[in-house]
Design a protein around this ligand. Structure first.
Ligand code: KG4
Ligand code: ZN
Length: 331
């Protein structure tokens, strides 16, 4: 069974073809640059850019996977959560192509796509595992017993981790999206110059809060001249505190669920400090740690094609409605 996957929940147009036998055949992602000058995603511009790019990218992806429309057995698309106009662009194209090609279509939850992205690695995790989902919109700990068997253990009560990275990066004038830029600058930071708090780690529970950490960064920045070294030092302290906080909660959740296997996914799973610290934890504690391949940490079509395949292969499919929901609960 060969599935075309379409992701358009925010500012990335992601396409992929996944084959049940041969695996991932092709994928391409177009990252919209139009938002950079506004310092954040402008929803209406995102929808328009998706509309412009979707059909050419579908054609490109089919060609790259050596597939013609007759080879496609189903279409998977992100049906939420996300920007409603952006979701509708992808959902309309997906649903229409499925109708024209007379194949089933299925809506995929964006966070389930992220959750299963590590399955695209040559060395995928087996069930059960603990998942830390860290993106620009979500920060969540989920106990995963099998496909579709998810229990949410905790989540951010305010900003998502990626959102906090982006907002602190913006305070430092690092552009948008600033998370990767902040992480890069942190490499030049001076360890120990600033110590930022690890929010909600002194109390029990598995929820997160990143808004206070962001305010702490702002107050620190306001007291500085903000030389290049100051920027690097603030980046270092912020990243260190944010990653530490994630790790403390992971340890706690692993213990609570009696699990020894951790999967980290979502945009922030591309963060090198997070990956290094987890490798260290894995060496010290014999913990098994899994990440998506780098290309599938941030939004992409491959995770949607893979997830859709899992359900379509079981005979599941949606009706002919175009499904798109800005808010869609998960687990
Ligand atoms: O999963 P994703 O592409 O989109 C959402 O579903 O939100 O995640 C994007 C987020 C952004 O906030 C971005 O700054 C963050 O992931 N991100 C990073 C890194 N790469 C991407 N944050 C920290 N370090 C990185 N290397
Ligand atoms: Zn995402």
């Amino acid at each position: 069974m060969r599935i075309l996957g379409i992701e358009t929940s925010c500012d990335e147009t992601g396409l992929a073809v996944f084959d049940g036998q041969s695996g991932l055949l092709a994928h391409n992602t177009y990252s919209q640059e139009i938002h950079q000058k506004y310092g954040g995603v402008v929803p209406e511009l995102a929808s328009r850019d998706h509309i412009r790019k979707l059909i050419p990218l579908v054609e490109e992806c089919l060609a790259a996977s050596n597939s013609s429309p007759e080879d496609i057995d189903g279409i998977a698309y992100t049906h939420g959560p996300g920007l409603i106009g952006a979701l509708l662009a992808g959902a309309s194209v997906a649903r229409s192509l499925a109708y024209a090609w007379d194949v089933p279509a299925i809506g995929v939850h964006h966070m389930e796509g992220h959750l299963l992205a590590p399955m695209l690695d040559p060395n995928p995790p087996s069930y059960p595992f603990l998942a830390l989902l860290v993106s620009g919109g979500h920060t969540m700990l989920v106990e995963v017993k099998g496909l579709g068997d998810y229990r949410r253990l905790g989540e951010s009560v305010d900003d998502a981790a990626g959102e906090a990275f982006d907002k602190v990066a913006k305070m430092l004038g690092l552009g948008y999206p600033g998370g990767p830029a902040l992480a890069k600058l942190a490499l030049k930071g001076t360890p120990g110059r600033f110590t930022f708090p690890r929010p909600m780690t002194n109390q029990p529970g598995l929820d997160f809060s990143f808004s206070g950490l962001k305010t702490f960064a702002l107050n620190t920045i306001n007291g500085l001249e903000l030389t290049d070294q100051d920027k690097a030092d603030v980046s270092y302290a912020f990243e260190e505190a944010a990653i530490d906080t994630l790790l403390i909660k992971c340890q706690r959740a692993l213990k609570a669920c009696n699990l020894n296997r951790l999967v980290v996914a979502g945009g922030v799973s591309a963060n090198l400090r997070l990956r290094e610290q987890l490798q260290l934890m894995s060496q010290k504690q014999g913990l098994e740690v899994f990440f998506p391949p780098m290309a599938f940490c941030t939004d992409n079509g491959a995770m949607i094609a893979y997830t859709g395949y899992q359900y379509l292969a079981q005979g599941m499919k949606d009706n002919l409605d175009i499904q798109a929901k800005a808010r869609l609960p998960f687990a």
